[in-house]
Design a protein around this ligand. Structure first.
Ligand code: DAH
Length: 346
């Protein structure tokens, strides 16, 4: 016990602290700071050793050594903490530098999608008819033979059925070949007055420059009291003038459809030759745009209407064809090849 010399102990403590201060000055990384921390504050470090040996000191030395060792220990801790903070802030600054955004760099181009030309034209046509008081109706693309043919006055042995190259799903279920079944579905659920158009996809087994297996039609149906052919003419002329321009002439040509009587095909004067006749219109001066007619009273039997009280007209058009004529496109297949050079023109 007697060999303890307080002077020596205190000297040693202060020497240890001096060593520490010179060493920490030269520390340049967090890793070496941690090594230093273990060296000066770890369980085998000098100062911890002094502190745990205090119990063995003579009583009068205990408070002096204890006080001094604790002061030094605190200072070491303080300096290590300060250094640690300093390294952390350095690290943070470096991360900020790495993540810095250069606002002067040019942006990356985003390809924003746009509405397909067919959708655009459907919307344009919808707006024209909504403006005349029509509503929009919808029907299923997977249909029954009943709605697609039978209730449209086209019984099984009817020659018009073979004009449609139908995709059958099962015996009586098919992909609708026209939007006309919506006429029946709508009349079943609603009473006149009816003023609707119904856009949608239709399907036929066809593929060439003017036919594709899936295309788009818009059906129109008006049923009300006292509706006549002049009303049909007025509405369709108005439509043609809105979609193609006021200068275009409209012609009704007698035709046949199973569900209208009388029926007509509607032509618009050729915009290339102004009606004189050219290659686009096949020399006739006219371009066919849609089918129409007075609703055949026979249809009313299927939906429980009294044909003596009401009358109506219907029309149907292919949207791709309207687009082709409107924009001078000569191959219907272009609409669905997804070639952006084509699609982005509209
Ligand atoms: N559904 C007919 C077709 O696809 C087009 C049509 C013609 C619809 C006359 C009609 C109409 O509503 O009255 O060829």
């Amino acid at each position: 016990m007697n060999n303890y010399n307080i002077e020596d102990i205190l000297k040693e403590i202060s020497q240890n602290f001096k060593n520490f201060t010179t060493e920490i000055e030269n520390i340049e990384s967090m890793e070496s700071l941690y090594v230093l921390k273990t060296k000066y504050l770890g369980s085998k470090s000098f100062i911890i050793n002094v502190l745990s040996n205090i119990k063995n000191l003579p009583n009068d030395l205990k408070p002096v050594v204890g006080k001094e060792a604790n002061i030094v220990k605190k200072q070491i801790e303080q300096k290590i903490n300060d250094k640690e903070k300093y390294f952390k802030s350095l690290q943070f600054e470096q991360e900020l530098l790495k993540e810095r955004i250069d606002l002067t760099l040019p942006g990356t181009k985003l390809n924003i999608g746009r509405k397909h030309i067919i959708s655009q034209v459907i919307e344009e046509i919808e707006e024209i008819f909504i403006g005349m008081g029509f509503n929009i109706a919808e029907g299923p693309e997977v249909e029954t033979e009943y709605y697609n043919f039978e209730a449209l006055n086209t019984p099984e042995d009817h020659p018009a059925r073979s004009l449609h190259d139908t995709f059958f799903i099962s015996e009586n279920i098919l992909l609708r070949t026209q939007t006309s079944p919506v006429q029946i579905r709508y009349m079943e659920k609603n009473k006149p007055p009816i003023y609707i158009i119904s856009p949608g996809k239709v399907y036929r087994r066809d593929y060439d420059i003017s036919h594709i297996p899936m295309f788009t039609q818009i059906e129109g149906l008006v049923v009300d009291y006292g509706i006549n052919f002049r009303n049909l003419k007025w509405i369709l002329e108005k439509f043609v003038h809105e979609i193609f321009g006021k200068e275009r002439k409209v012609r009704f040509r007698p035709h046949y459809f199973p569900f209208t009587e009388p029926s007509a095909e509607v032509d618009v004067s050729c915009n290339i030759c102004n009606g004189k006749g050219c290659r686009t219109c096949g020399g006739s001066g006219w371009l066919e745009i849609l089918g129409a007619g007075m609703v055949d009273p026979n249809l009313y039997k299927y939906v429980g209407y009294n044909a003596d009280e009401i009358s109506g007209f219907a029309f149907g058009m292919g949207i791709e064809r309207i687009c082709m004529l409107k924009f001078g496109i000569n191959d219907i297949r272009l609409f669905y090849e997804n070639d952006l050079r084509f699609i982005n023109q509209f």
